[in-house]
Write a protein that binds this ligand. Structure first.
Ligand code: SF4
Ligand code: SF4
Length: 442
C-alpha cells in the first residue's frame, strides 16, 4: 500500500472572487438542461416539445438504479429534446427550454415531510441533489448507508483548486444552511461525529463555520494546510480522520461519508422550501474574463450567457475550462451548459493558456515526491508504453485521482496525468481480459 503523505503541491491561490457575493444573472433566453449530470443512469425526460414548464418542475425522472431526477430552473416552453456533446465527449440528451422571463413557480414546490431516516432519504431522492463538489454522485444514494456503519461525516470545505470560490461563498453566505444540512444528515443517519475540513487560507470560513456549528454535538472544524489536493476524497479523509482508504475501497469501508459543504446547504434548502436543485453558484474568472464574479445561474445556462454576464471577454480566450485549472475540463464551445456540478467557468488568454513543450525526463523524482499517494508516474509511463498490465496493477495506477500535481511539478513538463489516464484505461482492459481467461480456465 503506498503511503499517504502531506505532499501535494503549493499553488498560487488566485482566489480573486473570494470577497464577491454571488449575484443572480438575468434569466437567460434559452437553457439547455442535460438529463445526465450525475454518475449513473441518465434521467428520462418526462416533458414533450411544446409543454409549458415552471420553476422547480420535474423535466426528467430518475433512471433505473443509480440516477437522479432533473428539474427546470426557469419557466417557459420546451423547444426541443436535443442531443448534445458532453464535456467528456459522450452524446447526451438535453431538454431545451425557451424562457418566458416570468420565473413562475411550479405548484409542486412544497417542503417534503421528513420525520425519520426513510422519509429523509426518500426526500433526497426527489431533490435532484448530487455531489456539488464536482463528482456529481447522487446524494440520496451516497447517504443510503447501512445503519451503524458510519461513525463520521467528513465535510469537504477545502476548495483547494485555484480560482474557485463558490464553496467559500456558500460557507460565508449560507453558513446557517450548511450547519443545518450537516445536523440533518447526522440526525437522520444517526452519525455521532463530523469533521469539517477547511483550508487555512480561508480563516473567515473557519471562524464562521465554528460559530455556526458551536451548538452541534460531535462537530469539529479542522483547519487544514493549504496544500493541493486537500479536497481529494482520500486525502481529505486521511487528513481529517487519519484513516487510509486503500485501492478499490470507499470511505464507507472505513466508517466515513464525505460530503461537500455546498451539497449540505442544498439539502437544508430543499427540506425547508421543497425547491429542488435548479440553480448553481459558479465562479467566473481567468485572465480573459472582463469582470470576474460569482454568479447564481439556472442549471442549463450556456457558458456564453455566463461570460456575457461578466461583461464578456477582455481578450480572445485561448482556453475555457469547466472547473479549476488543475482538474477542470476544456470546453470546445461556448454553448456548453452549466451543469449541477459545475463550480467554475474559467477563461484564459494566450499567455496563461500556453502549453509548455515536453522535454526529456531528467529523473529528478519530483513527480513521485509530489504525489499524495506516492505513485511513480515515470514507472507508470514506462509500463504503459510497454503495455505491461501486470506492472500497472502492481504500480497501483488505479489510485491515481488525476489531481495533476505530478504534471504541475515536473520541470520537463511531461504530460504525466494524461499518460496515467490512458494507463488506467489500459489496466481496465488488462483486468477484463485476465478475468475472462480465469473464467475460461476454471
Ligand atoms: S518530475 Fe518530470 S523530470 Fe522529474 S522524474 Fe518526474 S517525469 Fe521525470
Ligand atoms: S495525478 Fe495521479 S500520479 Fe499524479 S500526483 Fe495526482 S494522484 Fe499522483
Amino acid at each position: 500500500m503506498p503511503l499517504f503523505s502531506l505532499s501535494g503541491v503549493h499553488l498560487k491561490h488566485c482566489k480573486n472572487t473570494a470577497k464577491m457575493k454571488p449575484e443572480r444573472i438575468p434569466t437567460p433566453r434559452l437553457v439547455t438542461i442535460p438529463v445526465s449530470m450525475h454518475i449513473g443512469a441518465p434521467a428520462l425526460p418526462c416533458v414533450a416539445v411544446g409543454d409549458e414548464v415552471r420553476v422547480g418542475q420535474k423535466i426528467a425522472e430518475a433512471g433505473a438504479g443509480l440516477s437522479s431526477p432533473v428539474y427546470s430552473g426557469v419557466s417557459g416552453k420546451v423547444k426541443k429534446l436535443d442531443e448534445i456533446t458532453a464535456v467528456n465527449g459522450a452524446q447526451i440528451r438535453a431538454v431545451v427550454i425557451e424562457c418566458d422571463g416570468e420565473q413562475t413557480l411550479s405548484e409542486t414546490v412544497t417542503p417534503p415531510e421528513v420525520s425519520d431516516r426513510e422519509s429523509f432519504l426518500s426526500a433526497l431522492r426527489e431533490s435532484g441533489i448530487v455531489g456539488l463538489g464536482g463528482a456529481g454522485f447522487p446524494t440520496a444514494v451516497k447517504l443510503n448507508v447501512p445503519e451503524g456503519r458510519v461513525d463520521t461525516v467528513v465535510v469537504n470545505g477545502a476548495e483547494c483548486e485555484p480560482y474557485i470560490t463558490s464553496d467559500t461563498r456558500t460557507m460565508l453566505d449560507e453558513s446557517e444552511l450548511v450547519a443545518e444540512g450537516l445536523s440533518l444528515v447526522m440526525k437522520y443517519l444517526a452519525i455521532p461525529n463530523a469533521i469539517f475540513g477547511i483550508e487555512k487560507n480561508k480563516p473567515e470560513c473557519i471562524a464562521k463555520m465554528k460559530r455556526e456549528t458551536a451548538a452541534l454535538d460531535g462537530v469539529q472544524i479542522r483547519a487544514l494546510p493549504s496544500v493541493y489536493p486537500q479536497g481529494g476524497e482520500k486525502v481529505l479523509v486521511y487528513h481529517t480522520t487519519g484513516r487510509v482508504i486503500g485501492e478499490g475501497k470507499l470511505p464507507l469501508d472505513h466508517g466515513v461519508i464525505v460530503i461537500n459543504c455546498t451539497t449540505l446547504a442544498a439539502i437544508a434548502k430543499y427540506l425547508r422550501t421543497g425547491m429542488p436543485l435548479v440553480e448553481k453558484c459558479v465562479t467566473v474568472d481567468g485572465s480573459a474574463v472582463k469582470n470576474p464574479r460569482n454568479l447564481i445561474v439556472p442549471i442549463g445556462t450556456s457558458v456564453r450567457d455566463v461570460i456575457e454576464a461578466c461583461g464578456g471577454f477582455r481578450e480572445a480566450p485561448k482556453k475555457i475550462l469547466s472547473g479549476g485549472p488543475m482538474m477542470g475540463v476544456a470546453l470546445v464551445d461556448l454553448d456548453a451548459p452549466v451543469l449541477k456540478q459545475t463550480n467554475a467557468v474559467l477563461a484564459f488568454g494566450e499567455r496563461e493558456a500556453m502549453t509548455p513543450k515536453e522535454t526529456a525526463c531528467i529523473r529528478c523524482g519530483k513527480c513521485l515526491e509530489s504525489c499524495p499517494f506516492s505513485l511513480a508516474p515515470v514507472a507508470i509511463a514506462k509500463a504503459y508504453e510497454q503495455n505491461d498490465g501486470a506492472m500497472l496493477e502492481k504500480l497501483k495506477v488505479n489510485l491515481c485521482m488525476e489531481c495533476g500535481c505530478c504534471s504541475y511539478i515536473c520541470p520537463a513538463k511531461r504530460n504525466l496525468v494524461q499518460t496515467n489516464r490512458l494507463a488506467k484505461a489500459a489496466l481496465k482492459t488488462y483486468q477484463i481480459k485476465k478475468k475472462e481467461n480465469e473464467t475460461r480456465g476454471s
